[in-house]
Design a protein around this ligand. Sequence first.
Ligand SMILES: *Cc1c(COP(=O)(O)O)cnc(C)c1O
Length: 476
Amino acid sequence: MKTIFEKKGLSGINLTDEKIDLSFIRSDLQRKSPIGLPNVGELEAMRHYKALSDMNFCIEKGFYPLGSCTMKYNPKVNELLASLDGFTNLHPMFDDDDCQGALELMYKLQEALKEITGMAAVSLQPAAGAHGELTGMMVIKKYFETKGDNRKKVLIPDSAHGTNPASAHLCGFDIVPVKSDEKGQICIEDLKSLLDSDVAAIMMTNPNTLGIFEEKVLEISELMHENGSLLYYDGANFNAIMGITNPKLMGFDVVHLNLHKTFSTPHGGGGPGAGPIAVTENLKEFLPSPVIDFDGKKYFRNYDIKHSIGNVKGFYGNFSVLVKAYAYILMMGKNLKEASENAVLNANYLKEKLKKAYLLPFDEPCMHEFVLSGEKQKHENGVSTLNIAKALMDENTHPPTVYFPLIVHEAIMIEPTESETKEVLDNFVDVMLKIADEAKTNPEKLLNAPHNTPVKRLDETLAARQPNLSYKDEER
Ligand SMILES: *Cc1c(COP(=O)(O)O)cnc(C)c1O
């Protein structure tokens, strides 16, 4: 082990010192060949990572209208609060007496989420939306088991997010799809034909993934409850209804929220999230334990939950995300309602401007998002939705969600959020209209887009299976 680096010279720290005594490491555990660290100093290492980070697109760089993801502005003060020493140096096994502040924060967040959802009790444990769904479905399963009623089926509309059937299936339920009608809403007749004594629940998203409010939700909840079934609300995107309505008023029994969408945590790239669930009074005793309680004097972890499904996450959830969500809710207060109103206004503004150039399969007032189709461009000009998405990358704009929901061909799902100014929205309209125009006049350009990004067209299958994380140009 003479030199760790191939060349001598630039290393930031000297790991090549021959005076290092390796005799205390068993010889079979000693490195047989150089470690292969890049031969650069700290300054160059820093530049390398900065260059890599500059290649990434993020909300701080440009408009990010990624449908179903709510890429809103995440106030920087949240980061400051989440990084306070008292929070970051807290050990999760401290006694209740020694972490009253953290417990108080979690308790008050639970209370705020109860108010926002209309529900009776909250668990902050689940680490993401899909995890919340799984937890919620486990609660539903346990509820029926405790009654000695082993229902097997879960109804899921064909417009649903893919995590819904995945979560219900993981929980041991059989999935039964429900058709959408010509208005993009659940087809009541189809739903009625599927109801029997084996149906445990329906998982709904409202507004649904088309950005359309399910107008018959009260009729649906009545039908389900008459059938002895429960209603699960996918509240990953709560951005259309905060302070305006809530899942309880619509007749739901369980809901999950994505704190990392609606309640402002930077997300994407797999960072920590939080998917708390909220339930009605009669499901309270099935929640994961512990929940955070208050006896009038002291906050405490309550493990005394009669039929608890157990623990679904180490300790109490992703605590720093809870701090950010609580900070955001306190900062916004009653203005959460205004945030929803503006999110809906912004989406409708874009929808009306863009429907001139793109097909709008469901021409209805939308909620926080809407779904266009690239079918016109595909059939008339041979330019697919994928090409339109790639062309947007040349315009300092993150592409919308594409090819989802599955029931719209060539789907382009746009969610502007409340955070953007009219100037940003107008610029997006200009860019989208320019691309629609280019589809007619210069389709070649779009077929080869993007032209200005650090990487061009990727073989996406290969990229997923054999990711090449190297920075060297010649390897692209
Ligand atoms: C994002 C999303 C989910 C899943 O949330 P994750 O945190 O990614 O697990 C579920 N349903 C809908 C409608 C979503 O938009």
